[in-house]
Design a protein around this ligand. Structure first.
Ligand SMILES: [Zn+2]
Length: 387
């Protein structure tokens, strides 16, 4: 048994403990969390800072890891997507190595689990050999009715390469999926298939759904995508596609940068549980804007955190995402946001029985936030993996 103490311990479940102690066995399974004085001092290894369970990165695309620094910033989403599609094939020789490095970096940065989107099986080997638990989301996209059946079959074939307990098929984004694809998926997936869909990352998406106008039409033209059948919906994208998502499946909506209070009311009225995933650094990279996180908090919505990919971020580091959030919303309480970055993410990915909090029987990893001696997250805080 090993005992670890720090200025403050955040078990996530229950209040933070000043000078708390965490006991872990040789396998890294938590055996107890104690108040100061309950364990003999001589047995304890003491650190300066805060101890937390490993982070959960709820949204990533590890297969874009070779694109770090390749794409211009602040172009807006449609131009960014065009650039990804044009550039991603050019550097493929470095992809394998880039994915391995990304995986190692994430582990070093204290990340214990990742919700990872893919369009192929290239990341299967890296994930199999990793200490990180991955949930792989195989993306499907199709705007033409004729493509739907083949694309769904293809996604199922890709999913076969990943751990069947930790993989699912998911629509990519409202603008890349037709109504017919949503309807087909509703029938094609079982209730335990977690869905994770990009949502309102750009206001152009709302413009497309409301008026069938804007930059997405140019994007479709460039990509030779036929959207003749698509009709303006006179409401935002979220309100248009949500009714087609099966109600019993877990649902993660990613980005939500242009989600309005009306949209949130709509979600509430549908009475379904949604995890809202924020990737603020990627939003700043692409759209130079962050979501109105305070609106989501007012409504008591479940929040989780992701890094998105190295195509739109310079790091895969959940601590850095939290720093941006605290900078943009200084009134936020770290006791709240640390839950988004750990236990909430574990719940969204069906991993809450194994990780996300320092609770007896879980194997959540153990991470030190160096330089954090109060309950405030400052820019100087650094992450260090202990277990
Ligand atoms: Zn993404």
């Amino acid at each position: 048994m090993k005992y670890y103490a720090a200025d403050v311990v955040f078990p996530i479940v229950g209040p933070a403990i000043k000078k708390g102690v965490v006991a872990m066995d040789d396998q890294g399974v938590v055996q107890g969390v104690y108040n100061p004085g309950e364990i003999d001092d001589q047995l304890i290894e003491t650190f300066k800072g805060a101890l937390i369970p490993g982070f959960v990165n709820t949204h990533c695309h590890i297969e874009l890891s070779h694109m770090v620094g390749q794409l211009p910033q602040h172009t807006g989403l449609p131009a960014f997507l065009s650039a990804v599609i044009n550039e991603r094939g050019k550097h493929e020789a470095s992809l394998e190595k880039a994915m391995e490095e990304a995986d190692k970096t994430m582990y070093k940065n204290g990340i214990q689990a990742v919700g990872d989107h893919v369009n192929s099986a290239v990341s299967a080997k890296v994930k199999e050999n990793s200490p990180i638990t991955y949930h792989t989301f195989v993306e499907v996209m199709a705007v033409n009715k004729d493509d739907v059946a083949t694309r769904v079959d293809n996604a199922k074939e890709i999913e076969f390469h990943f751990d069947y307990k930790h993989s699912s098929i998911t629509p990519h984004a409202p603008y890349s999926c037709s109504k017919y694809l949503f309807k087909t998926l509703k029938k094609a997936v079982s209730e335990d298939n977690i869905i994770s869909i990009h949502n309102q990352e750009s206001d152009e998406e709302n413009k497309l759904f409301r008026y069938k106008k804007g930059e997405f039409l140019d994007f479709f033209k460039k990509m030779n995508m036929n959207v003749e059948d698509f009709r303006a919906q006179a409401r935002n994208s979220l309100q248009s596609f949500l009714p087609y998502i099966p109600t019993k499946n877990k649902l993660i909506l990613v980005h939500n940068t242009y989600t309005s209070i009306k949209d949130l009311d709509f979600v509430d009225r549908m009475g379904r549980k949604v995890y809202f995933c924020f990737c603020p650094k990627a939003n700043l990279y692409i759209e130079n804007r962050v979501p109105k996180i305070d609106n989501f908090m007012l409504g008591g919505h479940e929040i989780v955190i992701g890094t998105d990919s190295l195509a739109s971020n310079d790091t895969l580091d959940i601590l850095e995402e939290l720093k941006v959030i605290h900078q943009e919303f200084p009134e936020l309480d770290f006791n709240e946001t640390i839950k988004w970055a750990t236990l909430n993410g574990a719940k969204a990915l069906n991993l809450e029985h194994e990780l996300g909090s320092l609770e007896v029987g879980k194997k959540p990893g153990l991470v030190l936030l160096e330089g954090m001696d109060t309950f405030k997250l400052t820019p100087n805080v650094k992450v260090r993996r202990i277990r």
